[in-house]
Write a protein that binds this ligand. Structure first.
Ligand SMILES: NC(=O)c1ccc[n+]([C@@H]2O[C@H](COP(=O)([O-])OP(=O)(O)OC[C@H]3O[C@@H](n4cnc5c(N)ncnc54)[C@H](OP(=O)(O)O)[C@@H]3O)[C@@H](O)[C@H]2O)c1
Length: 411
């Protein structure tokens, strides 16, 4: 069988890791797996940096076109990042008939955790009942630090930036977009339909306060940013969303801390499966890229590019996503109210009128001459629309101050 020649474009954090793994494993891939792969070309803007990597006999260049235009290259790995030049590279490589890793996308969701492979291959005999993801290391690091140190959001974000756990512009992470993109990919794979990210309700962690963290602890919960995917039997629309959730301390996801990621899947046959690991970083992410290289090489060897189809959903078949208001959940609410008689009864009445059952109430005492006190309420299962109606009615009362905090609860 002819050599399967690989061209890597972009040898930064992840690309360097791919070069290192290929240097270590190529003999095993060739001799034990019978896959004649070789890293034949590497391109990066910085040619000097390439010379410090274990590139073997690969031809080095500072021009991506050298990789794409080489007729001998079978597989192009795009690891430049961004969506302008990287997109051009991917499209040009596809036009030249190359296999492209980025279109194979194991590293895109959960870095080193094999979440795509698990869904596409290992769970193929299941109806996937639900997926819960903690899939953004920056958010999980910030929430863990806030929980452990009782710190507020802003200083914790600044410290995360200083330590390199948050980008200089952290918006995509802390506002939930990154978790949303990854959750939309998983939802598309699971439900055999295109999940349009723009229709996914997404809320990040920027409004989570130290008070919420303390209340969660008092109640026996931990706050996590979750990507949630679930569909009730018989329902057409799917609950796909990203939001901060109070997870019970006994829940397996409550102990996923720091920059670690986790994907909790439940299949009707297999039951729950937890993937836990590094969602980013040089070698973990490179590990996922190399697993894609081997997939492609096996496809080439078998002569069947549909051996395991890359996508088994179609763009024409769009998933119907539940609006946030249709979602059913338990809720945590933090009101700021006047410290006077009758307030609790008024609040309870608004919930009662909408058939929402209150599970617990915490009414903190006023101190330091402050007349406004937090009232913390948890509910039993309720429809979010009913809950938001009740909150709007309570916020309209003269005894309520500021915006009410609403957080979903998962037991
Ligand atoms: N890092 C992670 O943990 C991680 C995890 C999951 C997914 N990813 C994804 O993996 C991809 C790569 O991420 P990364 O962290 O490795 O990025 P990175 O460290 O910034 O590496 C990108 C490399 O590409 C080079 N480059 C930029 N423009 C180029 C061009 N026109 N031609 C050739 N080389 C060019 C860069 O050079 P300069 O530095 O000189 O610009 C840099 O060496 C991204 O899509 C990222 O989202 C990363």
């Amino acid at each position: 069988m002819a050599d399967i020649k690989i061209g890597l474009i972009g040898a930064g954090t992840v690309g360097s890791g791919v070069v290192k793994i290929m240097a270590k494993q190529t003999t095993f891939f060739r001799e034990q797996l019978g896959l004649p792969v070789s890293l034949a070309r590497v391109a990066d803007k910085d040619l000097e940096k390439l010379k410090t990597l274990p590139v073997g006999d690969a031809i080095l260049s500072n021009d991506a076109a050298d990789v794409i235009n080489d007729p001998e290259i079978n597989v192009v790995i795009e690891l430049i990042g961004g969506y302008t030049f990287a997109k051009e590279v991917v499209l040009n490589a596809l036009k030249k008939g190359k296999h492209v890793i980025t279109v194979h996308f194991e590293a895109a969701v959960g870095g080193g955790m094999p979440s795509i492979k698990t869904i596409r291959e290992a769970m193929i005999g299941n109806d996937v009942l639900s997926v819960y993801t903690i899939i953004n290391g920056t958010c999980n690091y910030i929430l863990t630090e806030m929980t452990e140190k009782g710190a507020a959001f802003d200083p914790t974000l600044k410290e995360a930036q200083r330590l390199g756990f948050a980008e200089a512009n952290p918006a995509l992470d802390i506002e939930g977009g990154d978790t949303g993109h990854k959750t939309a990919i998983i939802a598309s794979l699971i439900y055999d339909g295109y999940c349009d990210y723009d229709k996914v309700p997404v809320r990040g962690i920027t409004e989570i306060t130290a008070d919420d963290i303390i209340s969660a602890k008092d109640l026996g919960y931990t706050i996590k940013l979750l990507g949630v995917i679930k569909r009730k039997e018989g329902e057409e629309s799917v609950d796909v969303r990203v939001n901060p959730v109070m997870v019970h301390n006994d829940h397996i996801l409550a102990s996923v801390n720091g920059v670690f990621n986790a994907v909790l899947l439940e299949g009707d046959a297999v039951g729950p499966i937890l993937l836990y690991g590094a969602g980013a970083g040089e070698m973990p992410t490179a590990s996922a890229v190399v697993s894609d290289i081997i997939d492609v090489a096996r496809n080439i060897k078998s002569g069947d590019t549909n051996r395991i189809p890359m996508h088994f959903y179609s763009l024409e078949n769009e998933l119907k996503i539940k609006g946030i208001e249709e979602i059913e959940s338990r809720f945590y609410l933090r009101f700021l109210v006047d410290d006077k008689p009758g307030v609790l009864a008024d609040i309870a009445e608004e919930f009662g009128d909408r058939n929402i059952s209150i599970a617990s109430v915490m009414h903190k005492e006023a101190h330091d001459g402050n007349d406004h006190v937090p009232v913390i309420i948890t509910t039993d299962m309720a429809i979010e629309k009913d809950l938001r109606d009740a909150v709007a009615a309570i916020e309209a009362k003269a005894f309520t101050h500021g915006k009410t905090q609403i957080i979903h609860i998962e037991d």
